[in-house]
Design a protein around this ligand. Structure first.
Ligand code: DDQ
Ligand code: CA
Length: 270
């Protein structure tokens, strides 16, 4: 029983006065309005390509005919440029033994690379792979995934939040909480910005979610179970991780940590 005059709507979280038997009972509790049920998608396999099984994949992006990939684990964290068809690494930079590499995205001639718990991100020159800048995280202390919507960087930290960062100063300008019809959607990991939506893989699940970055609602679930057929997959070692999109030819790529394949898929309605 909400007093319609007393609530303030912001995203989908509203502050309301709650009444029981006509009396104000719990003042200003926080209520979350869950979004409508997400649309269910599955996939069709279009192509598969070789992928470096030593690459603990943490970030993936497509640009000008090549894949760019970041890898993790301390001592094996790299930024690399990879040929799609062969999986061959044609350019590589080491992040340094003290860093655990995470997500990555591209802004023009710059590549933004996150670290996991070292609390810093790096800016690399896309052509030379020279490290040009280091920035520190603010409220969101872990680096998991990152993408760019053309105006803002969007960063994940393993929670159900997406953080917006200024692409020049790397200051956080806001955040949004992600929910589906059942509640919070946690463990948001690698990201890709496609046609106004944030595609994200969920850590330790062969599932992608399609998030509306304006209100945090999960609008779609893409079930990728069965895509990578390897019975020996290990937890924390062989998760699906890495979504890349070729905006020109509308090709959708996914891979995972130390997977021997990179898949090109088509997302289809179930
Ligand atoms: N993360 O990429 C999902 C954020 C982390 C992956 C962690 C995998 C386990 C590594 C264990 C090493 C402990 C430092
Ligand atoms: Ca990506």
């Amino acid at each position: 029983n909400l007093d319609s005059k007393s609530y303030a709507l912001g995203n989908r979280s509203l502050t309301a006065k709650l009444y029981a038997n006509g009396k104000e009972n719990i003042a200003y509790s926080n209520i979350v309005i869950l979004p409508e049920a997400a649309t269910q998608y599955s996939f069709e396999l279009v192509n598969e390509f070789p992928h470096d099984t030593s690459a603990f994949t943490q970030g993936l992006e497509f640009s000008n005919g090549f894949l760019y990939e970041t890898t993790g684990q301390k001592g094996e964290s790299t930024l690399r440029k990879v040929e799609v068809n062969t999986g061959k690494v044609v350019q590589k930079a080491d992040l340094g033994d003290e860093y655990f590499g995470e997500g990555m995205t591209i802004i023009g001639d710059k590549i933004i690379v996150l670290t996991w718990r070292e609390n810093v991100g790096f800016v690399f020159n896309k052509a030379t792979f020279a490290k040009e800048q280091t920035f520190e995280y603010q409220n969101s202390k872990e680096g998991w995934g990152i993408c760019y919507d053309g105006t803002r960087l969007i960063k994940s930290d393993g929670s159900n939040k997406l953080y917006f960062l200024d692409p020049i100063t790397f200051k956080e300008t806001g955040s949004i909480a992600v929910f589906d019809e059942n509640g919070e959607v946690d463990s948001i990991n690698e990201l890709e910005f496609i046609d106004g939506k944030v595609y994200a893989n969920i850590y330790q699940k062969d599932v992608l979610v399609i998030i509306n970055p304006e209100n945090g609602a999960v609008e779609g679930n893409i079930n990728l179970v069965g895509l990578y057929k390897n019975p020996k997959r290990l937890a924390h070692e062989n998760e699906l991780n890495g979504i890349a999109y070729d905006h020109k030819d509308k090709r959708f790529f996914v891979t995972g940590k130390r997977w021997n394949k990179l898949f090109e898929i088509k997302v289809v309605k179930r």
